[in-house]
Write a protein of this length. Sequence first.
Length: 390
Amino acid sequence: MPWRMESMQIQKKKFITLLETGRFTKTSLCQEFGISRPTGDAIIKRYQEEGWDALEELPRRHKRHPLTTPKSIEDAVVEERKKHIHWGARKIKVLLLRRYDRTAIPSETTVNNIMKKHGLTVPRNPPRRKILNSGPRFDPQLPNQIWSADFKGKFRMRNGQYCNPLTIADSFSRYLFEIKGLERPDTESSKPIFEKVFREYGLPYQLHTDNGPPFGNSASLRRMTMLSVWIMEIGITPVYSDPASPQQNGRHERMHRDLKADATRPPGNTLRSQQQIFNHFREEYNTVRPHEALGMKTPEAVHTWSTREYPGMVRDWDYEHGMDPKMVTVNGAIRWKDKGFVMVSSALGGKYVGLQPVQDGVWLVYYRHVPLGYFCERTMKVYELNDFDF
């Protein structure tokens, strides 16, 4: 009978016990237990020299791998790394080649593993999330389908202080809702301006911005920020230009060129006087200046008010039947079964996302009405919509 892995020690003891009774020959026992004569001899010899404890299974790995790096080389790697703490495996290997024969020098990977073994490497930060160019087209056919917003580059006023103009416009009619000079281009300063515009003009379906703060964060899933999360909560979908692609929001950039020429040269003395200049530009831009793309009409003649009213407060959201709601921790992760946590975005801390099954082990992650990305159970990661390959 062959050895059974789960009871090999017991089988060896049975072999010795039966042999010591004197009723069986060594040859017959080897045949009965399905082992060779040399194996039987080895078991008997170990038992005679060390007793019953010798019958325990010994490790089968090599005591020393034939390709193990010699200790002298390993010590040399450690020595050179300590001398040059900022040098990597490639440079350390070059130094070793000056001291030893080429055939004795291990690969760069082995050199790096040796340094890692001795605690001489510094863990790298995880790579930043990379935004892949998707070539989106933003071509609204009616007013209020897409609005655009941006900060025109800051400039210094005559009193020496900086002004950061926030501009919000309708992408179809070019109607300029607001130009507001702010001290800081952040969420705290920008949000009240958006609230004012939404209360007066209603809501668009999409808000088109670039990837800079406070609108977007390239390191976050779907470029989410605190401001864009609020935008989603009131029923608007944030959309973004590709990185370094201002031409994708060319209509807004063209307005900024006129704004810079007419309202910042020369600049105002103070933020208050500069705001008066902005207000005059906005009035003339909307009601007087003919626009070629509008058939020489003014933005005011083309624009119509949105029928979507600003809700004033964030309303509760119920995910559709079949979607699994998960609360996002303050650190930006959701707990998945008993497998641990999955990072989504810190901008959603304390809020609920919905997971809609797509196929086995894959879910589409939503925040309210906006799809954020695909969650893969196998890798325990959430991927951008354009990055995940089924």
